[in-house]
Structures are given as structure tokens and as C-alpha cells.
Design a binder for this molecule. Structure first.
Ligand SMILES: NC(=O)C1=CN([C@@H]2O[C@H](COP(=O)(O)OP(=O)(O)OC[C@H]3O[C@@H](n4cnc5c(N)ncnc54)[C@H](OP(=O)(O)O)[C@@H]3O)[C@@H](O)[C@H]2O)[C@@H](O)CC1
Ligand SMILES: Nc1ncnc2c1ncn2[C@@H]1O[C@H](COP(=O)(O)OP(=O)(O)O)[C@@H](O)[C@H]1O
Length: 472
């Protein structure tokens, strides 16, 4: 950045921020005559807000700045606002159409301190010209969130120490808190402004957000020479007499995937064949024939027979997905040798309680860190389920899935995910790409299913088809 004059990046950031704010004001009666409140902290985040406020004031908005540390507010930003006709106030005004949160950005630590904490709790009282609640725009990140982990700190009374935004205008690059953890919900709609940081962003990003174009690029395509075996065969060792539904659902997920054949091995073969006649079914993994990947665990049980099946799966020289009961069976350490001796990739798909069983503690506030720790320890790709599912690899790469939806919080959807993931592995995708694609498409399928009413796991499996049709 040595070649850029001081203030250039802030000027670009403020101009982009002001453009976005002007559009929001236009939706609420126009920029001219709009009322804008700037919440200004002591750092450059406050400077961005002040310069953006100056832009808006020049376009006829009534801009007021509430300085949380008057002596330390960005001096040039203050001067620019004053010159543009803006003014400072000592308390929240009665009315505002738009609030700009420039309290603290990437330089913050810990939850919001007083007086900022109390102030943000009162923002909901502000009303705009149209009588509606003021639109809150966070500058770069919502103030108070832990920028690197997405944790939202709470005070001793249980109140969140962070501001809830309708829109966050981020500069140069997304920060983890905008895409992962509880903070992602505090960011609202996230928009990225290019401020020309590209040449100076060195190294690899700490976190990748899976995008639709990644899925379109990576999804295996059929060609004139495709045949069922070259497309890959996925083996599914799930379900039991007690839980035949888990087998039906994981097979449904696998059938939606790109492989040419699904083999099922287990005691729910009759139910699976009844629902999915194209599957080749046997009673045991050892009798199943060749596959290019295994899915094991959902509804399998944890008794001696289930453990024997898991051992057979782990002995196969192909990638495996381990879910649910397979994870529980790993906890006692009796399969450690099988895990250690494997060359082929393993993907584990724990939810938080399964993660706690494996690690002895919950994932905690830093979900990306938690996934990466387990991945390194198990030498496996970890798909840590949640509303923003996180994927960590033993090599230290991390992905977050942006398509999650709470409608997936219903029994059996994880089984569908495991099946789809297994099919992608069998089709030859590297484990981390398969995990990222499966989570992305599973989330889209949840959203698609929800368009038709309350969602159950079979609806999610069925919705994979229209979603996949959209890949082109
Ligand atoms: N990087 C870039 O290239 C570009 C960066 N840009 C912008 O700069 C921003 C980063 O600015 P920054 O580094 O000045 O820090 P910033 O976020 O304003 O916070 C520091 C101040 O906050 C205070 N504070 C801390 N914690 C707090 C708490 N919990 N509760 C309350 N207050 C708290 C802390 O006070 P102290 O702890 O010192 O008392 C300190 O004074 C970035 O987010 C983006 O908007 C753009 O202009 C474009 C280019
Ligand atoms: N609140 C939520 N928001 C979004 N997705 C969720 C939420 N809760 C659960 N999910 C997703 O739903 C699926 C549930 O899987 P899992 O916990 O294994 O359930 P089951 O064992 O019943 O299949 C996972 O893909 C998870 O990411």
C-alpha cells in the first residue's frame, strides 16, 4: 500500500458505502431530506462513516454524527462532514431513516463497551419519515462481533454485545464474522465494495465461501462415453431393522448424486429396494462388490455387528463418509488402527453433539477453528454441521456453506447429505470439494423444499433433483 496516498482506501470505502446508503434512502423517500445518523467510534471505522456521511450531506440528506469518543473521532472525517453541512449530536435523535454503524470495525475486541452497548440497544426505537424502523447499515462489520471467528459476545445479563444490522457494507474482502457463526445473522445482507485491495491481499484466504459457480464448475458431467461404472459406484452401509428410514434416506441422497450405481449393504435391504428399485442390495458390506466410496453410519446402530461392518468399510481402499453411529463407534478408540492405516480419504460429518463426543468438548465459538482442529487430529475432512456448515481439512483449508436454512433442522436430513456426499466422492471429487458441493446443494434443496410447505427429510431428497437441474 506504500504506493497509495494516505486516505485513498478510506475515500474509496466511504464512496462505496455512501452509494449503497443512497440506494437505501431512495427506497425510503429519497436521499434529499433523508435523515441519517452516524454512530462514530474512535478508529478508522468511524472515519469511513464520517466521510460517507459527508457524501450524503452533499446530496441533501440531514446528517447527524453521534461521536462516542469526541476527542478521538477521525479528525479529517469530522472536518469533511462539517464542511458538507453535517452536525454532531450528543444523544440519539428522535428520528432517522438510516443509521450508519461506524462504532468499531476490524480493530475491535471484546463485545461492545459502554456507552456503545446501551446505545445500540435503543436503535430499535428510531423511526424514519415513513414511520418504519430505521435501516441499520454496518460499516465493514457489525460493531462488537468477533471478526475472526463470528462469535457474538454477551454481557453478564445475557444481552448481546454487538449491533444487529440490516445491511453490512464490507470493504475489500469478506471477514469471517460476515459468513460464519452467530455473527453472520447480525450482518444482515452483506455487500462487498472493491476498494482495490487485490494486489495487497497476500497468501491464501483463511476461509472460502462456496459459490454457485464452484458447484457448476465441479459437478461431474455426463458425456457420450459415460457408462454406469465409469461414473462411479457408491456403497451405502446405513440403517438397520430399528432404523430402516436412515437407509432409505441416505440411499435417496446417493441416488441424486452423479454416480452411475448405488450399492446398499445392510439389514434394511427390503425397505431400500421397495423405495429405490435401481439399487443393488446385499446384507453385508463384505458381499457388496466393488465401490469407489462408502457411506457408513446413519441408523446403523452401535452393536457388535455394526462395528464389524464399520471395520470392513474402513478396510476398503476407497474414500469413506462416516456419519452418526459410525462416529459414535469411533469414540472408544478401538478402530484407531483402522483409521491410522488408511490412505484413502475420510470425511466425517458430525453435528455439535457428535463433535463433542469425538473431541471431549463442544465446538465452541470458533467453529472454523474447531473443524480444523478435529481435521488435523483425525487426518480427515470434517464437515461440521450447523446453520452455516463449516468444512475443515487436515491441510488447514476451511470452507463455509452459505446456503443453509433452518428448515433442514428436521430428522433425517443429515442422512440425505451423507448419501449425496458419498456419491460425489465415488464420482472422483477430492474429499473437500465433495463436502463443499454436498453441503451447498443440500442447503439449496432445503430451500427448494420449503417453497412447497413444511419440510421433511424425504422432501429434501426429492428437491435435490430440481436443484441439480438448475446447474445446467
Ligand atoms: N484495513 C484497511 O485497509 C482499511 C480499513 N478501513 C476501515 O478501518 C477499519 C479499521 O479501523 P481501525 O484499525 O482504526 O479500528 P476500528 O475498527 O475503527 O476500531 C478501533 C477503535 O475502536 C475502539 N474499540 C475497540 N474495541 C471496542 C469495543 N469492544 N467497544 C467499543 N470500542 C472499541 C478502540 O478503542 P480503544 O480500545 O483504543 O479505546 C479503537 O479506537 C475497518 O474496519 C474499515 O472500516 C477502510 O477505511 C478502508 C481500508
Ligand atoms: N438451524 C439450522 N439451520 C440450518 N441448517 C441446519 C440447522 N440445524 C440443522 N441443520 C442442518 O440439518 C442437517 C441435520 O443433520 P443431522 O443433525 O445429522 O440430523 P439427522 O441425524 O436427523 O439426519 C445438517 O445438514 C445441518 O447442517
Amino acid at each position: 500500500m506504500a504506493t497509495l496516498p494516505a486516505g485513498t482506501l478510506m475515500a474509496r470505502a466511504a464512496a462505496g458505502l455512501a452509494r449503497r446508503c443512497a440506494l437505501l434512502l431512495a427506497d425510503r423517500g429519497g436521499v434529499y431530506g433523508g435523515r441519517v445518523l452516524l454512530l462514530v467510534g474512535s478508529g478508522d471505522n468511524g472515519g469511513d462513516a464520517l466521510f460517507a456521511g459527508a457524501h450524503l450531506a452533499r446530496r441533501g440528506a440531514a446528517v447527524e454524527a453521534l461521536l462516542l469518543s469526541p476527542g478521538q473521532a477521525h479528525a479529517d472525517g469530522r472536518a469533511a462532514l462539517r464542511a458538507a453541512g453535517g452536525r454532531t449530536v450528543d444523544d440519539l435523535p428522535a428520528r432517522a431513516d438510516l443509521v450508519l454503524d461506524g462504532i468499531v470495525g476490524i480493530g475491535g475486541s471484546g463485545g461492545l463497551r459502554e456507552p456503545a452497548a446501551r446505545l445500540v440497544q435503543r436503535l430499535g426505537n428510531l423511526r424514519g419519515r415513513d414511520g418504519g424502523r430505521a435501516t441499520v447499515v454496518a460499516v465493514d462489520v457489525p460493531s462488537g462481533v468477533a471478526v475472526d471467528t463470528g462469535h457474538v459476545p454477551h454481557d453478564t445479563a445475557g444481552r448481546p454485545g454487538a449491533l444487529r444490522a440490516d445491511v453490512t457494507v464490507a470493504f475489500g474482502a469478506l471477514k469471517p464474522a460476515l459468513v460464519v457463526g452467530d455473527a453472520a445473522a447480525y450482518a444482515g445482507q452483506v455487500e462487498l465494495v472493491d476498494i482495490g485491495l487485490g494486489p495487497w491481499l497476500r497468501g491464501t484466504p483463511v476461509l472460502h465461501v462456496t459459490e454457485f459457480s464452484d458447484v457448476v464448475d465441479d459437478w461431474p458431467r455426463l458425456g457420450p462415453r459415460s457408462e454406469k461404472y465409469t461414473r462411479g459406484v457408491v456403497g451405502v452401509a446405513t440403517g438397520s431393522a430399528t432404523y430402516p428410514g436412515a437407509a432409505v434416506l441416505s440411499v435417496a441422497g446417493a441416488l441424486a448424486g452423479p454416480t452411475g450405481l448405488v450399492r446398499y449393504a445392510g439389514t434394511a435391504a427390503a425397505e431400500v429396494l421397495h423405495r429405490h428399485p435401481s439399487v443393488i442390495a446385499t446384507g453385508r458390506v463384505a458381499d457388496a462388490g466393488r465401490v469407489q466410496a462408502w457411506v457408513c453410519g446413519s441408523g446403523l446402530g452401535t452393536g457388535a455387528e455394526a462395528a464389524a461392518e464399520l471395520r470392513t468399510v474402513l478396510a476398503a481402499p476407497v474414500p469413506v463418509v462416516l456419519d452418526a453411529d459410525a462416529l459414535t463407534m469411533l469414540v472408544d478408540g478401538s478402530m484407531a488402527d483402522r483409521l491410522r492405516d488408511r490412505d484413502a480419504p475420510i470425511v466425517v460429518t458430525p453435528h455439535d453433539r457428535e463433535y463433542a463426543r469425538l473431541c471431549g468438548e463442544e465446538p465452541g465459538a470458533d467453529r472454523v477453528g474447531a473443524a480444523l482442529r478435529l481435521a488435523a487430529w483425525m487426518n480427515a475432512v470434517v464437515l461440521l454441521k450447523g446453520d452455516r456448515t463449516v468444512i475443515g481439512t487436515p491441510a488447514g483449508r476451511a470452507y463455509v456453506n452459505p446456503t443453509g436454512t433452518p428448515v433442514l433442522a428436521t430428522g433425517g436430513t443429515g442422512d440425505v447429505l451423507a448419501g449425496l456426499l458419498g456419491s460425489l466422492l465415488a464420482a472422483g471429487l477430492p474429499a473437500e470439494r465433495a463436502a463443499a458441493l454436498a453441503a451447498y446443494l443440500h442447503g439449496l434443496a432445503g430451500r427448494e423444499a420449503a417453497r412447497h410447505g413444511p419440510v421433511t427429510a424425504p422432501d429434501v431428497a426429492a428437491a435435490l433433483r430440481p436443484v441439480l437441474a438448475g446447474l445446467g
